[in-house]
Design a protein around this ligand. Structure first.
Ligand code: F6R
Length: 215
């Protein structure tokens, strides 16, 4: 699962489907993408809290099937190794992604090696500024995070990326039209065999016309 604003509509629909008895998540195993480093266990900005609040606590997910990255305080290096092993022994069926306005996926910032696995990252200033809306000030936004790597993301059977709003239009264009390169981490998704990208009109607004019409 991804955190942030982008998948909120999807999570709402998932909860609705459960409430209407259309689907059960009791056998769904849940891992997530990333987590800030340095927040206290109770901090509501922790991604583990966010996912419980916006999805996991509102449907029949079993707590034995949920293993969120850094949900508990601990040694970050060890957590990288633990999550790496977990991803190897539990291949991901569907990976949900948002898109950073600098084209990051997970917290794999521009410049990240496409071969990366779970690792610690220094967040770019533009990422911290974008995420400051969730905190009382920019100073409160952590400078580091732990993220699954691009290779981990690309190992999923299916990828579903959601992006909306004008502020994502440039990143969407770069993801789909720029040369595939580490400056634009999301561009690597173009070589994945099964990716679904859901955009609203604003996020799709800078795409070449023929692709825009397809959207
Ligand atoms: C969050 C994550 C990030 C976000 C991205 C977009 O778990 O992995 O890549 O998906 O920063 O964030 P929003 O959706 O808040 O615009």
């Amino acid at each position: 699962l991804a955190t942030g604003s982008s998948p909120l509509g999807l999570y709402k629909k998932m909860i609705e489907s459960y409430q209407k008895d259309q689907v059960s998540y009791k056998n769904t195993e849940v891992l997530n993408l990333d987590e800030y480093i340095g927040l206290s266990e109770q901090d509501p900005n922790k991604y583990s809290h966010f996912l419980h609040h916006h999805l996991l606590d509102h449907a029949d997910f079993s707590k034995d099937n949920i293993d969120l990255i850094m949900a508990k305080q601990g040694n970050v290096q060890e957590e990288c190794q633990r999550y790496h092993n977990l991803l190897i022994s539990n291949p991901v069926d569907i990976q949900i992604l948002g898109l950073g306005s600098n084209c990051h996926i997970g917290f794999n910032e521009p410049g990240t090696n496409f071969d990366s696995q779970t690792h610690i990252v220094k967040l770019k200033e533009d990422t911290r500024k974008n995420n400051a809306r969730f905190f009382s000030s920019l100073d409160q936004v952590p400078k580091e995070a732990i993220t699954v790597g691009i290779r981990d993301i690309m190992s999923a059977q299916h990828i579903l990326l959601v992006a909306s709003g004008k502020q994502k239009a440039e990143a969407v264009k770069r993801m789909l039209e720029e040369d595939i390169c580490t400056d634009c981490p999301a561009s690597i998704l173009r070589v994945h065999k099964s990716v679904t990208i859901i955009l609203d009109e604003e996020a799709a607004s800078l795409l070449k016309k023929e692709r825009g019409e397809l959207c």
